[in-house]
Design a protein around this ligand. Structure first.
Ligand code: TXA
Ligand code: MG
Length: 379
């Protein structure tokens, strides 16, 4: 196995020989970053405690933050989990392979080093062909957090992994840009009522259609220091660029009142050509005045805007995150844009609040964390 200090090998994920090499590295206890449909993962053999310890070292990750175990066959769930409730089976059938992680009570075979000392284990079957191939070819279950330095936005391109991990891991499989761009939905199935610990592409509504009532861990929607998130990773400042991020929202599109992170069918008001929604106009005016103020003080600023509103900002760095009503264009771009803020050297970053419907709830969850819940309301 390559020494951890040797420069990381970067290969195409479509290259058979590269998959073979990556598989060998994993079997030997090394680290390989690979694409999934959500974000890039940093993989190690999940059942090898020494190997998963290397993940924590490479990321600078707190040791109480457990890893997700990636599998390619549902049979693996029965090897890793003590019991597999009926609802887990229903979710596996409905959403795997795909961006859903389930939490179950673990069997002894899963080392404490992989679960951060918890007696539960997070399991997911990714749908990305490179991830699938790697799990199958290596013959190991792959423990993989997002392949970023702890606290930075998750990588959605191999280049992001290189930025954070070059020289710290053995190999990177490049699969190009990922499709979804934010991490999987996490559902805890160890309690009486299934609970969402981290919102994602699979919404509450989609889950409820399969298994009935699903609740949401309140600690992830309320920035209350007394509430402790059930997913240890959700308590850390996260996804944050170096500059200070502030979200500006109109009272009419309140981001906090809507605690239902699921799909409520709010139909966006239609935008006529050349006409800005009045609520958006207030947000734009506020952001422009904040930008002017910081620019006058000599600071570098950036604005995160939806496509329709972008032309109305007076800022040197207007970063278009996607189309207001097409969540997946936004989720796919969000982390790359947060990283771009660092490349630009932006010291103050202002973002429009985004739609909360469908995937929007999960996107706002990440954006609020990047902003440390700094929200300005305009009316
Ligand atoms: O989409 C994803 O899930 C990506 C790709 C690579 O699969 N992975 C990912 O892993 O986002 P990571 O480590 O960045 O986030 C895992 C989250 C953390 O918040 C962690 O605390 C939580 O899952 N988690 C893991 N095991 C858990 C457990 N047994 N109980 C509660 N939370 C758990
Ligand atoms: Mg992560």
């Amino acid at each position: 196995m390559a020494d951890i200090n040797i420069k990381t090998i970067i290969s195409s994920g479509n290259d058979e020989a590269a998959i073979e090499k990556a598989s060998e590295i994993l079997r030997q206890g090394g680290l390989v970053a690979f694409p999934t449909e959500t974000v890039y993962g940093l993989g190690a053999d999940a059942l090898n405690e020494d190997a998963s310890a290397k993940i924590y070292a490479a990321k600078g990750r707190p040791s109480d933050n457990p890893l997700i175990v990636h599998i390619a066959d549902t049979k693996a769930v029965y090897e890793l989990a003590e019991s597999v409730p009926e609802k887990a089976v229903m979710l596996m059938e409905a959403f795997w392979p795909g961006p859903l992680t389930i939490i179950l009570n673990k069997k002894k075979i899963v080392p404490d080093g992989t679960t951060g000392g918890l007696n539960t284990v997070a399991i997911r079957m990714p749908s990305h062909p490179v991830a699938m191939k790697l799990i199958k070819e290596s013959g190991v279950y792959i423990a993989a957090p997002s392949a970023n330095t702890s606290g930075r936005p998750s990588p959605t391109l191999a280049e992001h992994v290189i930025e954070d991990m070059n020289g710290r891991i053995d190999m990177i499989l490049d699969g190009g840009v990922v499709g979804i761009g934010i991490e999987s939905t996490i559902v805890d199935l160890t309690g009486e009522i299934p609970t969402i610990l981290r919102p994602g592409y699979i919404t509450r509504k989609m889950l409820e259609e399969i298994i009935g009532d699903v609740s949401i861990d309140r600690a992830i929607i309320e920035p209350d220091p007394n509430l402790r998130p059930k997913a240890p990773g959700m308590k850390y400042t996260h996804y944050a660029p170096k500059g200070e991020v502030t979200i500006v929202e109109s009272e009419m599109t309140d981001v906090k009142e809507d605690h239902n992170l699921s799909a409520i069918d709010i139909k966006p008001e239609s935008i006529k050509e050349d006409e800005i929604r009045p609520t958006d106009k207030k947000v734009i005016d506020k952001i422009n005045s904040l930008v002017a103020e910081k620019t006058a003080q000599g600071f570098k600023t950036a604005v995160i805007a939806t496509k329709d509103n972008a032309p109305y900002y007076n800022c040197d760095n207007v970063l278009i995150v996607g189309e207001a009503d097409k969540g997946v264009t936004i989720s796919a771009n969000l982390y790359a844009i947060l990283r771009k803020c660092d490349t630009i050297g932006a010291e103050y970053i202002y973002s429009e609040a985004l739609n909360q419907n469908e995937l929007g709830g999960a996107i706002m969850n990440r954006l609020l964390k990047a902003a440390g819940h700094r929200v300005i309301k305009v009316n």
